[in-house]
Each structure stands twice: as structure tokens, then as C-alpha cells.
Design a protein around this ligand. Structure first.
Ligand SMILES: [Mn+2]
Length: 298
């Protein structure tokens, strides 16, 4: 398969330094060699430009959303690049950077397919709005905005309006939700599989339930957005918003392997790995292992 790697050295959505170093760090540890090892035609499209913004100007465009203009700009460009990649018959692997980039990547996929859904693997909901967000960090608003919730500036990135039907969104691995997110999940009837459900019913149940709903909703194309904080901090300590009691290695691959085997996954984000917070490259190796695992199945 043709695979395009797109680096997005974005840290403005999490407002914490370090995560912008991730794409190059993963390259240095053998990213392209790993992908090409499976016979793929892989191209490294480099890193997207992230406009510099001074810390003192972070609220200059919006009182409750940090670095709004720069994040919108990066995501517009990312969306177009993902759209072009899919149009060219290639599979986009988007390497973050923080999870605000999901706004752009999923918007690019949404323009490519009408019958599309999103699987968002994350310790958090990422469905805050500027009103409900306790931090003003846009990485916690990305999935909400894709569903049309929150500020127009985010909802209308790349194209006007929501990019995905909330019924086509699957939120997996959550264990830290803000009050506003809990309300929205209930109101929109979002398919959510928190860690409590994964532990109670098992990962195989979650996979089967999602596959059933995909069929029911006639979803033929999925954007898979993986936040490394979905993993237990023991496996991925190098990330900015760690939450205890995350996915074990077996649970993680027990989920993603059968999801990949559906052949419905059309694009991938891998986000929130922060080299500055890592312990002996443990998280870096995990990220490479995930890429190895995924590209072996494409
Ligand atoms: Mn996230």
C-alpha cells in the first residue's frame, strides 16, 4: 500500500513543550524503515509548518481558547494534505504533536467519504467546548468540534459545519471526563467504552459491539485517532496528561488488531507522545511498536 507520513509538530493545543519534538524523534528511531519493512511504498511528507505564537498572545484571538488562529491554520493545511493523500490512493499516518491535529486530519477524511466514522482511543473525551473546558486547551475540544459542538471557529475548520455525525463516533478507553463532556455524551447518545466497561466486559465485547454498530450505521470508512494516553502510564509515561489504570499491552492490541482487520480503517493519527517526559525512550519504542503493528496489517 502507498503510505504518506505527515508530521505535525504542534504543541499549541496542549500548551506544553516537548510534544513538538515527537515526529522527528520517531523518524530518528527508524520510522520509515519500519513501514517499508512490510513492502509498503512509504513517503515522508515532512513536518507541517506551525506558526510561532508568543506565550503572552495565547488568548489574543479568544478569551477561552489558547492559540486559536495558529491551530486553525495548521488544521486547514493538514486537512487538505490528508484529503489529497486519500485522493491519491494512499493511507495517511499523521504523527503528532498534540490531539488538536485531529480537527484537521478527520476533516480531510470527512471530505473524502460521506459514510465515515471516527474511533477515538483516548483517556479523555476531547469533547469539551470553549464554555466547558477547564483549561482552554484546544486538544480537549477537537472531537467535540468535529461533531459540530462548540465555537464556530473550530467547527468551521476546512469546511462549514460538523464533519461527523455524533452517532458515528466511538470513544474508547476513557477514564477522565469533565462534567460538560459527560452531559454531551448522554445528550448525543455517543458510543462510549470507558475503561470500566473494558474491564467489566472485556476488549472482545467492545470490538464486537463497535463492529455491529458500524454495520448498522453502514460505515465503510473509519478515521482512527490514537492518543498514547489511552495506554497505561507504565507503558507510555511520555505524555502530558497521564491518567492511571489505562490499557495494558494485551488490551490495546486486542482492540486495534481486530479493528484493523475490518479493513475499514482509512487513516491514522498517533498523538500526544512527548519525548521530554519519556523514560528511557519507553514511549518512543511503544509508538514505533504501534506503527509496526498497524503497518503490518495494512
Ligand atoms: Mn486526546
Amino acid at each position: 500500500m502507498k503510505i504518506n507520513v505527515i508530521g505535525v509538530p504542534l504543541n499549541l493545543g496542549c500548551d506544553r513543550l516537548g510534544v513538538e519534538k515527537a515526529p522527528n524523534k520517531i523518524r530518528e528511531l527508524g520510522l520509515m524503515k519500519t513501514i517499508r519493512g512490510y513492502g509498503h511504498r512509504a513517503f515522508d511528507l515532512g513536518n507541517l509548518y506551525v506558526p510561532p505564537v508568543l506565550e503572552k498572545d495565547k488568548y489574543s484571538k479568544h478569551a477561552r481558547m489558547k492559540y486559536l488562529d495558529a491551530i486553525v491554520e495548521v488544521n486547514n493545511n493538514l486537512a487538505e494534505l490528508v484529503y489529497d493523500t486519500l485522493k491519491g490512493g494512499a493511507f495517511p499516518i499523521v504523527l503528532g504533536g498534540d490531539h488538536a491535529l485531529g480537527l484537521g486530519s478527520a476533516s480531510g477524511v470527512g471530505k473524502s467519504y460521506d459514510d465515515f466514522g471516527i474511533i477515538w482511543l483516548d483517556a479523555h473525551g476531547d469533547i469539551n467546548t470553549s464554555e466547558t473546558s477547564p483549561s482552554g486547551n484546544i486538544h480537549g475540544m477537537a472531537l467535540g468540534a468535529l461533531m459540530g459542538k462548540g465555537s464556530d471557529e473550530l467547527v468551521n475548520i476546512y469546511a462549514p459545519g460538523n464533519k461527523v455525525d455524533p452517532r458515528n463516533v466511538f470513544l474508547v478507553g476513557t477514564r477522565s471526563l469533565d462534567d460538560g463532556e459527560v452531559e454531551l455524551i448522554a445528550k448525543e447518545n455517543i458510543s462510549i467504552y470507558p475503561m470500566t466497561v473494558i474491564r467489566e466486559k472485556g476488549v472482545a465485547f467492545v470490538v464486537e459491539d463497535i463492529k455491529h454498530k458500524l454495520k448498522e450505521r453502514k460505515i465503510r470508512n473509519i478515521h482512527f485517532s490514537i492518543d498514547v494516553d489511552s495506554l497505561d502510564p507504565a507503558l507510555a509515561p511520555g505524555t502530558g496528561t497521564k491518567v492511571p489504570d489505562g490499557l495494558t499491552r494485551d488490551e490495546f492490541y486486542g482492540f486495534i488488531d481486530p479493528i484493523l482487520d475490518t479493513n475499514l480503517i482509512k487513516s491514522l493519527d498517533l498523538v500526544e507522545y512527548n519525548p521530554d517526559l519519556d523514560e528511557d525512550d519507553k514511549t518512543a519504542q511503544m509508538v514505533l511498536d504501534i506503527i509496526d503493528h498497524i503497518t503490518a496489517r495494512l
